[in-house]
Design a protein around this ligand. Structure first.
Ligand SMILES: NC(=O)C1=CN([C@@H]2O[C@H](COP(=O)(O)OP(=O)(O)OC[C@H]3O[C@@H](n4cnc5c(N)ncnc54)[C@H](OP(=O)(O)O)[C@@H]3O)[C@@H](O)[C@H]2O)C=CC1
Ligand SMILES: CC1=C(/C=C/C(C)=C/C=C/C(C)=C/C=O)C(C)(C)CCC1
Length: 330
């Protein structure tokens, strides 16, 4: 009896020790979170270059990484077009940026990447009002949406993240060429590592997993950038693809579990300002032209998955994208 009681007390003691250790570990972890975050914050775009007179288009810049990228480019004097699907949200971001940077040249235009008519209307309007385009940042993105299709019948991740930006770049390309030196910056993700271009089931009709659908679309962003850079050699237009880091933004909005995890681990993730640094680096850093087509993270060139280096897949994806969009882009 006494022996059983002693064993029970020892067990309780052990549990208490474990509890105290866990609590101390978590407290230390959260107390040191700012330093951990700083450590993982990665690169900073250090160039002081100012770009008055330059014209920039950023998709999905009403929030998140895009909004902070727009803010910094406006601070540096550019005329910035916030291309977004909700003009009210865009106006709210634009007035905040205008007040913050004292740059009145922050404009909002409607662009819904899930509808090719909207993309064409945006491009038509932009080309009519602007004679120059120096920087195009294909930033907008969706992650882990339940299975759905865009207005044109494309699986949503492929349609918005890849095909929408593919068409937009195609429609704006002449203006970029006329404004050379000019740059295209595409937002991808480390998630491209889990991606595969499933040509036999591009729209996820046979098998669909929201996480993998995101990965496939982010792989498409890397392949598109490489092929674009190859085709643009000698034009003065260069292209770069970016992993911004793991960033506290609204990207997880479609996944309840990720929303919870994001809240819990938010002290350790990059802020949207930190997340904008690599996009800014690729848009602004001088002398980056020889690295056209390459993948960047933390403001430096980074390793990409073997699938993202496959020239044949890049070329095939290019041709299939043209077919799906009904365009001829040689
Ligand atoms: N946050 C992260 O940890 C990471 C992000 N990335 C990439 O960074 C990019 C920016 O994401 P982030 O800022 O984090 O995410 P947010 O969700 O905060 O911002 C995404 C932006 O894309 C816009 N968007 C979504 N669908 C469409 C559409 N159909 N047409 C036009 N705009 C659209 C959103 O508009 P609205 O507000 O109206 O929905 C919003 O402005 C994405 O490409 C993402 O894949 C990559 C790796 C990690
Ligand atoms: C460390 C850690 C996490 C890491 C998440 C990561 C690394 C997410 C990456 C997301 C990307 C790259 C999104 C956009 O492209 C969780 C699961 C939140 C919770 C447990 C601790």
């Amino acid at each position: 009896m006494v022996k059983a009681a002693t064993i029970a007390t020892e067990e309780v003691d052990k549990m208490l020790v474990i509890l105290v250790l866990c609590t101390s570990f978590l407290s230390i972890l959260y107390l040191t979170a700012p330093s951990i975050r700083k450590f993982f914050a990665g690169g900073v775009c250090t160039t002081n270059v100012r770009i008055p007179g330059k014209v920039v288009v950023i998709t999905g810049a009403n929030t998140g990484i895009g909004k902070e990228t727009a803010r910094e480019l406006a601070r540096r004097g550019a005329r910035v077009y916030i291309a977004c699907r909700d003009v009210l949200k865009g106006e709210s971001a634009a007035s905040e940026i205008r007040a913050d940077t004292k740059n009145s040249q922050v404009l909002v235009r409607k662009l819904d990447l899930s509808d090719t008519k909207s993309i064409r209307a945006f491009a038509e309007g932009f080309l009519a009002e602007e004679k120059k385009l120096h920087i195009l940042i294909n930033n907008a993105g969706v992650m882990m949406c339940p299975f759905s299709k865009t207005t044109d019948g494309f699986e949503t991740h492929l349609g918005v993240n890849h095909l929408g930006h593919f068409l937009l770049t195609y429609l704006l390309l002449e203006r970029l060429k006329e404004s050379a030196p000019a740059r295209v910056v595409n937002l991808s993700s480390v998630a491209h590592l889990g991606g595969k271009i499933r040509f036999h089931d591009l729209h996820g009709e046979k098998r669909y997993c929201s996480g993998f659908a995101y990965c496939h679309s982010k792989l498409a962003n890397v392949l598109f950038t490489r092929e674009l850079a190859r085709r643009l050699q000698g034009t003065g237009v260069t292209a770069y693809v970016v992993h911004p880091g793991v960033v506290m933004s609204e990207i997880v909005r479609h996944s309840f579990l990720l929303c919870l995890l994001w809240r819990l681990f938010s002290p350790f993730f990059k802020s949207t300002r930190q997340g904008a640094q690599t996009s800014l680096y690729c848009a602004l850093e001088e002398g980056l032209e020889p690295l056209s087509g390459k993948y960047f993270s933390d403001c430096k060139r980074t390793w990409v998955s073997p699938r993202a280096r496959d020239k044949k897949t890049a070329e095939r994806l290019w041709n299939v994208s043209c077919e799906l969009l009904g365009i001829q882009w040689e």
